[in-house]
Design a protein around this ligand. Structure first.
Ligand SMILES: [Zn+2]
Length: 315
């Protein structure tokens, strides 16, 4: 069944020119000491909930009360190709913008639309103390906060307070995410970063999660007017839980299929229970209470991750 496009891609043309000299990247300085907070949308061009949030904040004229605030639309070229009739096509142009974040790749000889944009954004990322990178997911699944492998990221996710599920992981084998770049991935650095997966790309609820996450991120850093933040933020939210990713399940045959129509965050009660079939081979839960993270039952590709598995960490 095709997924409904409930969200409308905003017109970003008014945000192209900026005060930074880099198109679609806006920095505001409060003139007072404080951290530099950066919120990024459109890391992937078809993940429009974050773009809706930044568009609204810019139109409302949000300014920091302390430190600096940067609002950045990342993969504008992919976004420009967004077509509601073919919405999956505009994730990126040449390569995944969120797999190039190492000095070796950024300083290296390769060229692509995404590398050019990453090189433009890099000085802002280098200067930022705190990053919120807003994403959404291919298939309908509850929202999750991806906080990376470090304790400081886990603490930050609990400080922001939503979504309910926090996923601690080590990223992807095919390249480094912005979330893990430089000081964000260094336990001795005070820098910190979060990546929020707000829900399915085009569902109404994803916009709500993106809006709430952004305001909570900014309120926690104390860089915006507290009363304004309190007006926007839903006070009553469920307690959070931490899930630590233990492994990725890679589909090794074209006939990989899940045992049930999983949509994410299901808990498989017993070690040995069958999660999926990869050809004739069962994929079994490696331990009790195994959590399925972002399965892609309708989009499994041979050689790529079909689902990640995680353990719930006792509070
Ligand atoms: Zn994404």
């Amino acid at each position: 069944m095709p997924i409904a496009i409930e969200l409308q891609a905003p017109d970003l043309a008014p945000h192209r020119k900026s005060n930074t000299g880099t198109d679609y990247v806006h920095t505001f300085d409060s003139g007072k000491p404080g951290p530099h907070a950066l919120v990024q949308a459109l890391t992937h061009g078809n993940e429009i909930c974050g773009a809706i949030v930044l568009d609204r904040l810019l139109r409302q004229g949000l300014r920091p009360t302390r430190g600096r605030l940067t609002l950045a639309f990342a993969n504008i070229e992919a976004f420009a190709r967004f077509d509601a009739a073919n919405p999956y096509a505009s994730r990126f142009v040449d390569e995944d913008y969120n797999r190039v974040w190492t000095p070796a790749t950024l300083d290296g000889p390769r060229d692509s639309v995404e590398l050019r944009r990453a090189r433009q954004l890099r000085p802002f990322i280098d200067r930022a103390d705190f990053l919120l990178d807003i994403h959404s997911m291919l298939e309908p699944s509850p929202p999750v906060m991806i906080c990376g492998p470090l304790d400081k990221g886990i603490r930050f996710a609990f400080d922001v307070g939503i979504p309910r599920d926090i996923v601690s992981d080590t990223g992807h084998s095919n390249g480094t995410r912005m979330r893990d770049y430089g000081g964000f991935g260094d336990p001795s650095s005070p820098k910190n970063a979060l990546l929020v997966e707000c829900g399915q790309h085009w569902e109404r609820a994803a916009e709500h999660v993106a809006w709430q996450s952004t305001w909570r991120f900014l309120r926690h850093l104390d860089v915006v007017d507290r009363a304004a933040a309190d007006r926007e933020i839903e006070a009553s939210v469920p307690p959070q839980r931490l899930i630590r990713v233990t492994e990725a399940v890679i589909a090794s045959t074209p006939s990989f299929r899940f045992a049930k129509p999983f949509s994410g965050l299901e808990v498989i009660p017993r070690q040995g229970d069958v999660i999926a079939w990869d050809g004739d081979k069962p994929v079994r839960a490696p331990y009790d209470n195994c959590v399925l993270i972002m399965p892609v039952p309708n989009n499994v590709k041979t050689g790529l991750t079909a689902v990640r598995l995680g353990r719930i960490v006792p509070a």
